[in-house]
Design a protein around this ligand. Structure first.
Ligand SMILES: [Mg+2]
Length: 278
Protein backbone atom coordinates (compact mmCIF):
# COMPACT_ATOMS: atom_id res chain seq x y z
CA UNK A 1 0.00 0.00 0.00
CA UNK A 2 1.37 3.37 -1.00
CA UNK A 3 1.71 6.00 1.75
CA UNK A 4 1.07 9.63 0.89
CA UNK A 5 1.66 12.86 2.73
CA UNK A 6 -1.82 13.85 3.91
CA UNK A 7 -3.70 15.92 1.37
CA UNK A 8 -1.05 15.51 -1.29
CA UNK A 9 0.13 13.27 -4.10
CA UNK A 10 3.60 13.06 -2.54
CA UNK A 11 4.32 9.39 -1.90
CA UNK A 12 6.62 8.47 0.98
CA UNK A 13 8.62 5.41 0.03
CA UNK A 14 11.71 5.50 2.21
CA UNK A 15 13.24 7.09 5.26
CA UNK A 16 14.15 10.78 5.08
CA UNK A 17 16.33 12.18 7.88
CA UNK A 18 14.29 15.09 9.23
CA UNK A 19 14.35 17.96 9.80
CA UNK A 20 16.34 18.07 6.58
CA UNK A 21 19.18 20.59 6.38
CA UNK A 22 19.76 20.70 2.66
CA UNK A 23 22.73 22.73 1.42
CA UNK A 24 22.86 21.69 -2.22
CA UNK A 25 20.58 20.18 -4.82
CA UNK A 26 21.27 18.24 -7.99
CA UNK A 27 18.49 18.38 -10.53
CA UNK A 28 18.02 16.42 -13.71
CA UNK A 29 16.76 18.37 -16.74
CA UNK A 30 14.65 16.40 -19.24
CA UNK A 31 11.44 15.05 -17.73
CA UNK A 32 12.30 16.60 -14.36
CA UNK A 33 12.22 20.31 -15.24
CA UNK A 34 11.99 20.51 -19.02
CA UNK A 35 9.48 19.05 -21.45
CA UNK A 36 11.26 20.40 -24.55
CA UNK A 37 12.40 16.84 -25.28
CA UNK A 38 9.20 15.26 -23.95
CA UNK A 39 8.54 11.97 -25.75
CA UNK A 40 12.25 11.33 -26.37
CA UNK A 41 12.02 7.83 -24.90
CA UNK A 42 9.38 6.81 -27.47
CA UNK A 43 11.47 8.25 -30.32
CA UNK A 44 14.60 6.45 -29.09
CA UNK A 45 12.66 3.22 -28.63
CA UNK A 46 11.25 3.33 -32.19
CA UNK A 47 14.72 3.93 -33.59
CA UNK A 48 16.16 0.99 -31.64
CA UNK A 49 13.35 -1.32 -32.78
CA UNK A 50 13.98 -0.31 -36.41
CA UNK A 51 17.70 -0.95 -36.07
CA UNK A 52 17.23 -4.30 -34.28
CA UNK A 53 14.59 -5.43 -36.81
CA UNK A 54 17.13 -4.85 -39.62
CA UNK A 55 19.72 -6.86 -37.70
CA UNK A 56 17.31 -9.66 -36.72
CA UNK A 57 14.48 -9.91 -39.26
CA UNK A 58 13.29 -13.26 -37.83
CA UNK A 59 12.72 -12.02 -34.28
CA UNK A 60 9.27 -10.74 -33.28
CA UNK A 61 8.79 -7.02 -33.00
CA UNK A 62 7.35 -7.45 -29.51
CA UNK A 63 10.49 -9.20 -28.31
CA UNK A 64 12.73 -6.57 -29.91
CA UNK A 65 10.66 -3.78 -28.38
CA UNK A 66 10.88 -5.34 -24.92
CA UNK A 67 14.64 -5.66 -25.25
CA UNK A 68 15.03 -2.10 -26.54
CA UNK A 69 12.87 -0.76 -23.73
CA UNK A 70 15.51 -2.01 -21.31
CA UNK A 71 18.25 -0.04 -23.09
CA UNK A 72 16.13 3.12 -23.08
CA UNK A 73 14.46 2.99 -19.68
CA UNK A 74 17.07 1.34 -17.47
CA UNK A 75 19.73 3.70 -18.81
CA UNK A 76 17.63 6.87 -18.55
CA UNK A 77 19.88 9.50 -16.99
CA UNK A 78 23.04 8.13 -18.61
CA UNK A 79 24.54 10.08 -21.51
CA UNK A 80 22.75 9.23 -24.78
CA UNK A 81 25.91 7.61 -26.14
CA UNK A 82 25.70 4.93 -23.43
CA UNK A 83 22.23 3.95 -24.64
CA UNK A 84 23.51 3.89 -28.22
CA UNK A 85 26.45 1.71 -27.18
CA UNK A 86 23.94 -0.79 -25.74
CA UNK A 87 22.13 -0.74 -29.11
CA UNK A 88 25.35 -1.27 -31.08
CA UNK A 89 26.26 -4.18 -28.77
CA UNK A 90 22.82 -5.76 -29.30
CA UNK A 91 23.26 -5.55 -33.08
CA UNK A 92 26.77 -7.02 -32.90
CA UNK A 93 25.60 -9.88 -30.65
CA UNK A 94 23.31 -10.94 -33.50
CA UNK A 95 26.25 -11.19 -35.88
CA UNK A 96 25.08 -8.17 -37.91
CA UNK A 97 27.34 -5.26 -38.76
CA UNK A 98 26.73 -2.54 -36.20
CA UNK A 99 27.13 1.15 -36.90
CA UNK A 100 29.08 3.18 -34.37
CA UNK A 101 27.22 4.44 -31.28
CA UNK A 102 27.91 7.96 -32.59
CA UNK A 103 26.12 7.16 -35.87
CA UNK A 104 23.09 5.77 -34.02
CA UNK A 105 23.06 8.82 -31.78
CA UNK A 106 23.07 11.05 -34.86
CA UNK A 107 20.06 9.21 -36.31
CA UNK A 108 18.22 9.51 -32.99
CA UNK A 109 18.93 13.23 -32.69
CA UNK A 110 17.74 13.79 -36.29
CA UNK A 111 14.41 12.16 -35.46
CA UNK A 112 14.11 14.05 -32.16
CA UNK A 113 15.09 17.38 -33.68
CA UNK A 114 11.84 17.75 -35.60
CA UNK A 115 9.81 17.52 -32.39
CA UNK A 116 12.12 19.83 -30.45
CA UNK A 117 12.24 22.44 -33.20
CA UNK A 118 8.46 22.56 -33.45
CA UNK A 119 8.23 23.32 -29.75
CA UNK A 120 11.03 25.88 -29.78
CA UNK A 121 9.47 27.66 -32.77
CA UNK A 122 6.14 27.80 -30.92
CA UNK A 123 7.93 29.19 -27.85
CA UNK A 124 9.67 31.87 -29.94
CA UNK A 125 6.38 32.78 -31.64
CA UNK A 126 4.56 33.04 -28.31
CA UNK A 127 2.21 30.16 -29.19
CA UNK A 128 3.61 28.25 -26.20
CA UNK A 129 4.76 29.71 -22.89
CA UNK A 130 7.81 28.47 -21.02
CA UNK A 131 5.45 26.90 -18.47
CA UNK A 132 3.94 24.83 -21.31
CA UNK A 133 7.37 23.33 -21.89
CA UNK A 134 8.15 22.60 -18.25
CA UNK A 135 7.06 20.00 -15.73
CA UNK A 136 4.29 21.68 -13.66
CA UNK A 137 5.79 23.38 -10.60
CA UNK A 138 9.38 23.36 -11.93
CA UNK A 139 9.75 27.13 -11.61
CA UNK A 140 8.29 27.09 -8.08
CA UNK A 141 10.79 24.39 -7.07
CA UNK A 142 13.68 26.53 -8.31
CA UNK A 143 12.25 29.53 -6.45
CA UNK A 144 11.96 27.55 -3.20
CA UNK A 145 15.54 26.31 -3.53
CA UNK A 146 16.78 29.88 -4.14
CA UNK A 147 14.79 31.21 -1.18
CA UNK A 148 16.58 28.70 1.06
CA UNK A 149 20.00 29.56 -0.38
CA UNK A 150 20.46 25.98 -1.53
CA UNK A 151 23.24 25.70 -4.12
CA UNK A 152 21.75 24.22 -7.30
CA UNK A 153 23.38 22.16 -9.98
CA UNK A 154 21.81 20.89 -13.20
CA UNK A 155 23.04 17.53 -14.55
CA UNK A 156 21.79 15.93 -17.75
CA UNK A 157 22.74 13.07 -20.05
CA UNK A 158 21.80 15.35 -22.98
CA UNK A 159 24.74 17.05 -24.71
CA UNK A 160 26.09 19.93 -22.64
CA UNK A 161 25.62 22.67 -25.26
CA UNK A 162 21.99 21.67 -25.75
CA UNK A 163 21.26 21.63 -22.01
CA UNK A 164 22.75 25.12 -21.61
CA UNK A 165 20.79 26.39 -24.62
CA UNK A 166 17.48 24.87 -23.58
CA UNK A 167 17.83 25.99 -19.94
CA UNK A 168 18.47 29.49 -21.34
CA UNK A 169 15.38 29.37 -23.55
CA UNK A 170 13.30 28.38 -20.52
CA UNK A 171 14.80 31.29 -18.58
CA UNK A 172 16.24 29.11 -15.81
CA UNK A 173 19.95 28.95 -16.69
CA UNK A 174 20.79 31.48 -13.96
CA UNK A 175 19.24 29.28 -11.26
CA UNK A 176 22.21 26.90 -11.23
CA UNK A 177 24.89 28.62 -9.21
CA UNK A 178 26.64 25.27 -8.71
CA UNK A 179 26.89 24.68 -12.44
CA UNK A 180 25.25 23.08 -15.47
CA UNK A 181 26.67 19.71 -16.50
CA UNK A 182 25.80 17.74 -19.63
CA UNK A 183 27.29 15.00 -21.75
CA UNK A 184 30.64 15.94 -23.31
CA UNK A 185 32.63 14.26 -26.10
CA UNK A 186 35.63 12.13 -25.07
CA UNK A 187 38.27 12.41 -23.73
CA UNK A 188 36.26 14.57 -21.32
CA UNK A 189 34.07 12.53 -19.02
CA UNK A 190 30.64 13.13 -17.61
CA UNK A 191 28.52 11.06 -15.31
CA UNK A 192 26.00 11.98 -12.68
CA UNK A 193 28.05 10.05 -10.15
CA UNK A 194 31.05 12.31 -10.85
CA UNK A 195 28.92 15.45 -10.61
CA UNK A 196 27.50 14.30 -7.27
CA UNK A 197 30.97 13.47 -5.94
CA UNK A 198 32.33 16.88 -7.05
CA UNK A 199 29.37 18.69 -5.55
CA UNK A 200 29.83 16.92 -2.22
CA UNK A 201 33.54 17.65 -2.18
CA UNK A 202 33.25 21.32 -3.18
CA UNK A 203 30.50 22.05 -0.67
CA UNK A 204 31.76 19.72 2.08
CA UNK A 205 28.43 17.88 2.14
CA UNK A 206 27.39 14.96 4.25
CA UNK A 207 24.88 12.66 2.50
CA UNK A 208 21.57 14.16 3.65
CA UNK A 209 22.83 17.73 2.99
CA UNK A 210 22.19 16.93 -0.67
CA UNK A 211 18.83 16.78 -2.41
CA UNK A 212 18.59 14.88 -5.70
CA UNK A 213 15.55 15.41 -7.90
CA UNK A 214 15.15 13.40 -11.09
CA UNK A 215 12.93 11.27 -13.29
CA UNK A 216 15.66 8.76 -14.21
CA UNK A 217 16.94 5.74 -12.28
CA UNK A 218 20.57 6.82 -12.75
CA UNK A 219 20.47 10.06 -10.75
CA UNK A 220 18.23 8.50 -8.11
CA UNK A 221 20.48 5.45 -7.65
CA UNK A 222 23.59 7.66 -7.49
CA UNK A 223 21.87 9.99 -5.03
CA UNK A 224 20.88 7.05 -2.89
CA UNK A 225 24.44 5.72 -2.99
CA UNK A 226 25.65 9.11 -1.72
CA UNK A 227 23.10 9.11 1.10
CA UNK A 228 21.21 12.06 -0.40
CA UNK A 229 17.51 12.79 -0.02
CA UNK A 230 16.05 11.52 -3.30
CA UNK A 231 12.86 12.76 -4.93
CA UNK A 232 11.76 10.71 -7.94
CA UNK A 233 9.66 12.69 -10.42
CA UNK A 234 7.39 10.12 -12.06
CA UNK A 235 6.23 12.64 -14.63
CA UNK A 236 4.02 11.61 -17.54
CA UNK A 237 5.64 13.74 -20.23
CA UNK A 238 2.66 13.37 -22.58
CA UNK A 239 0.16 14.42 -19.91
CA UNK A 240 1.97 16.84 -17.59
CA UNK A 241 0.69 16.56 -14.03
CA UNK A 242 -0.19 12.88 -14.29
CA UNK A 243 1.79 10.09 -12.68
CA UNK A 244 3.71 7.74 -14.98
CA UNK A 245 3.28 4.35 -13.30
CA UNK A 246 6.24 2.79 -15.11
CA UNK A 247 8.58 5.62 -14.08
CA UNK A 248 7.29 5.35 -10.51
CA UNK A 249 8.15 1.65 -10.31
CA UNK A 250 11.61 2.20 -11.79
CA UNK A 251 12.36 5.15 -9.50
CA UNK A 252 11.27 3.19 -6.43
CA UNK A 253 13.50 0.33 -7.60
CA UNK A 254 16.39 2.79 -7.89
CA UNK A 255 15.90 3.89 -4.28
CA UNK A 256 13.77 7.06 -4.39
CA UNK A 257 12.68 8.13 -0.90
CA UNK A 258 9.81 10.26 -2.21
CA UNK A 259 7.80 10.05 -5.42
CA UNK A 260 5.91 12.95 -6.96
CA UNK A 261 3.93 13.10 -10.22
CA UNK A 262 5.04 16.70 -10.78
CA UNK A 263 6.51 19.58 -8.76
CA UNK A 264 3.38 21.53 -7.88
CA UNK A 265 3.08 20.58 -4.19
CA UNK A 266 6.02 22.62 -2.95
CA UNK A 267 4.47 23.75 0.32
CA UNK A 268 3.65 20.22 1.45
CA UNK A 269 7.06 18.96 0.34
CA UNK A 270 9.04 21.55 2.28
CA UNK A 271 6.82 21.34 5.35
CA UNK A 272 7.48 17.62 5.43
CA UNK A 273 11.23 17.90 4.84
CA UNK A 274 11.72 20.65 7.39
CA UNK A 275 9.55 19.18 10.15
CA UNK A 276 11.17 17.08 12.88
CA UNK A 277 10.63 13.35 12.40
CA UNK A 278 7.91 12.00 14.65
MG1 LIG B 1 15.38 12.96 -17.13
Amino acid sequence: MATFLPGSRIEIVGEVPRPARIHAALLDFDGTLSLIRGGWQRIMLDLMVDVLADAAPCESEDALRAEARGYVVDLTGEPTIVQMQALADAVARRGARADSPEAYKQRYLERLQETIQGRLDALAAGALSREDLMVPGAIQLLEELARRDIACCLASGTDHDQVVREAGLLGIADCFDAGIYGAVPPPAVFSKALVIDDLRRCHGLAGPDLLVVGDGPVEIAEGERAGAITVGVASDEDHPGRLDADKRAILIGAGAALIVPDLTEQQQLWEYLEAPAR
